[in-house]
Design a binder for this molecule. Structure first.
Ligand SMILES: C[S@@+](CC[C@H](N)C(=O)[O-])C[C@H]1O[C@@H](n2cnc3c(N)ncnc32)[C@H](O)[C@@H]1O
Length: 227
């Protein structure tokens, strides 16, 4: 089985031989790949919805990997005990959902050596949550798949450290990584913000003006990063 660039980027952040917990596994593609490629010792996969749970169960059974992938039903980290795994992956959900999943089970989330998080939207909200609650962002990357950009954030429990607006908006690691994909991604974000600014210029309301100001600030911050 071949993975797309998004999941492959997540895989590249997993140390060989780890016990991995995959929260919201859906088809169980990631656990199956990790075991088949000899990259993980064992995977615990969780799912909250019956449909995806059944899909995961069937795929694990078809692959004959029931002894290596332990599938559990439940929300977020609730089916996991502290120190059951080394690395937890929470991918393919919104940034606010990911923050809520961590916040509901901090003791368990904090017991992992690292959390690999891949928010589909609200990335800045997730970073703000992590940075204000004492998580350290230790790595970040951007993957492109089917013309769409995906941010990957790696965090671990640490001590509170001061951060600024660019750490939240772009990321403390991404802001200093100068790869062509990251520059392309930031330019793409600038283009989107420029379009929003054009629309907001036509509004007269107080909230519209505040939003215009906020987007202008964001655009300046993004331009600063790729300068
Ligand atoms: C878009 S899929 C992503 C699947 C896989 N993680 C990936 O990145 O390819 C999101 C999955 O997360 C599951 N999910 C959403 N909220 C969840 C929660 N609180 N706990 C466990 N699973 C959840 C959904 O049911 C769905 O199967």
């Amino acid at each position: 089985m071949k993975l797309g660039n998004r999941l492959q980027s997540i895989v590249s952040m997993i140390e060989k031989g780890s016990t991995v917990v995959d929260i919201g596994t859906d088809h169980a593609y990631l656990p199956i790949y990790l075991i088949n490629e000899g990259l993980a010792e064992r995977v615990i996969a969780t799912e909250v919805l019956p449909g995806p749970f059944e899909r995961a169960r069937e795929n694990i059974e078809k692959s004959g990997l029931e002894n290596f992938i332990n599938l559990r039903m439940g929300s977020g980290f609730k089916p996991i005990k502290p120190r059951e795994g080394d690395i937890a992956v929470v991918a393919g959900m919104g940034g606010t959902t990911i923050a809520k999943i961590i916040d509901e089970s901090k003791e368990i989330a904090d017991s992992f050596k690292k959390l690999i998080l891949q928010p589909m939207q609200n990335q800045a909200k997730l970073r703000e949550y992590l940075l204000t609650t004492g998580y350290q962002i230790i790595d970040e990357n951007v993957a492109i798949e089917d013309n769409r950009f995906y941010e990957i954030i790696v965090a671990k429990k640490g001590i509170f450290k001061a951060f600024d607006e660019i750490d939240v908006l772009v990321g403390p690691v991404l802001r200093n990584k100068k790869t062509s994909v990251i520059s392309e991604y930031i330019n793409h974000r600038i283009e989107i913000i420029q379009k929003i600014i054009q629309r907001l210029k036509a509004t007269d309301s107080k909230t519209g003006k505040a939003a215009l100001e906020e987007h202008r600030k964001q655009m300046e911050a993004l331009k600063e990063v790729i300068k």
